[in-house]
Design a protein around this ligand. Sequence first.
Ligand code: GAL
Length: 676
Amino acid sequence: MGTHMTGGRLLHGGDYNPEQWLERPEILEEDIILMKEAGINCVTLGVFSWSMLEPEEGRYDFAWLAERIDRLYENGIQVILATPSGAMPHWLTQKYPEVMQVQEDEKRNLPGLRHNFCYTSPVMREKIRRMDLELSRRFGKHSAVILWHISNELGGNWGDGACHCEQCQSAFREWLRQKYHTLEELNHAWWNRFWSHVYTDWEQIHSPAPHGEALSHGLKLDWKRFVTEQMTDFCRGEIYAVRKYSNRPVTTNFMDFFKNLNYHRLQSCLNVISWDSYPQWHASKDEVPAAVRAAAGHSMMRSMKKQPFLLMESTPSCVNWRSFNPVKRPGMHMLSSMQAIAHGSDSVLYFQWRKSRGAYEKFHGAVVDHRNGGAARTFREVSEVGERLAAVQGLIEGTVNRPGAAIVFDWENWWALEDASGPRLDLDYVSEVLKHYQVFWEQGVDVDFVSMDEAFESYRIVCAPVNYLYRKGYAERVRAYVESGSCYVSTWFSGVADDTDLCFTGHHPLEDVLGILPEEIDAPGEGFENGFVYQGAHYSTGRICEIVHAAADTQVLAAYEQDFYAGCPAVARHSFGQGTGYYVAAETGLDFLRAFYQELLSEAGLHSPLGVPLPYGVTTAVRSGEREIVFVMNFRQENVSLQGIGDWEDAETGEICRDRLELGGFSLKMIRRKGA
Ligand code: GAL
């Protein structure tokens, strides 16, 4: 999107629910005053407002919304307008129970909650279509409205987020027919002679359920694909409706590593990517795990379109849904907000502007609390963010992040890997991927996340941790990428199964590139510890040791020390064409990955722009356009001093940093090359 959509502004604001306060005009008036004080320039309206926008079927009441939009606009505040499908009004569920989801156990939900509509239901689709058309007709060209926010956190319900009603089952069967054409094809793809599961009639197929077919991996994988397609289709229906009278771009808010929906598919129907980020700050004194996960989320969202994204929700203070909910310590709000900007966000938006008086989120952090209005610490820190964003938007305008490294993160791999039923049942794709990401983060090297379908050519190094599933054509593209001179890292349990989770027989699909021949995969129990020596240092292996053999021209960089596979490669390097393939055969810890990637990054010429090793908790990210801005972030509570970095200029203050940079605890500086 870029700041052009917002007239060059970095957006600052968030979810605003005036409908909860319509009887309190003094509160609504105070909102405007406080928003201006806090440097708020954009709010999101209408996310859960259906019952107030259509109090009874077919009777629309937009007066309160129109009044608010006008009032905000008069005060220079732009609006992201949401469609209200995230929560259904009671008149709707009462009259048309079919709009409520059916759970895996085939029980229909009772009314209430949110994010629990059936996305197949023609009634639901028609009711929301009418609402969206009305909203579009009424507000779609309003100068205040800059963006449509479709629904809320699609798929974000309990369980698999899916609806299992009869209409969804039929749609699933139809989707399967389109995909496989014949039952013979489908039976083969899902390996259905196993346990006598051969289908002879399409009607025999049911969605996965704990008390039904819970163990057919092919079925489960296709069901997840179908759920994504159906949800995307629902979203497209809403987009089509709001665009009827409006040319404003559309987004929907994504979530942190959200397994239920393949965002690489859903993103294709959106103009702008946005997401809701709620890192677990202050869970301990070590903020690095939270900082890494947040950075990875931002990087993921940016990578979706290789463009700036929007931080749609974040908390100004605490959340209310973890077992304990610390408030952000002084400085953390500024740091975490600017961290989003550093990794490519063009906004800092919050959930929520004002705490509701009652109901589930009354203790969730907000810019304005029940008491103390503009006098509270949170409000002050939010205002400081507002001030800073306004001051730096000129520096950020037109810039994007262009990392030289990528990590393959693929939803289909995620689904298949964690459902593989071997070699361990507790494989955790996200934490394995985050281990690799953390090492880049510690080196101050930003990373894109790419799906298996994307072009790798703009990256000097691509790593694909636990890439179990290879989609058709993937191995060929990796082969061409390495051959032309790039570096590809693969790990244990990679290249095992195809699109429908059928294991490859014969060779590993990238055997020639990686120079390894996998033979067995061991998940050793306690007392069977293993390890290896890499570049003179000893590392322990984790809970998976793949037993592979090296091809004649493969360089074994480290070999297992123990057990019957002592001497087999634990880490291998293989030249292929102009490039190199690496194989890490054992699960390893951060200690090994640090040493390993340090070597690869320096070979690839990738390093932090500061050119020096960064202390633990400190990282960098770069946004470049006509000029290059380097963000230096300190997630430690203590001050740090970085030396030997060459001469820089503080991009905000103009202060010259001669070969050193001082950073306070929980702080961020934006610097550029002196004279740039
Ligand atoms: C988000 C949701 C918001 C609010 C927030 C609380 O997931 O979109 O409506 O509930 O969480 O953290």
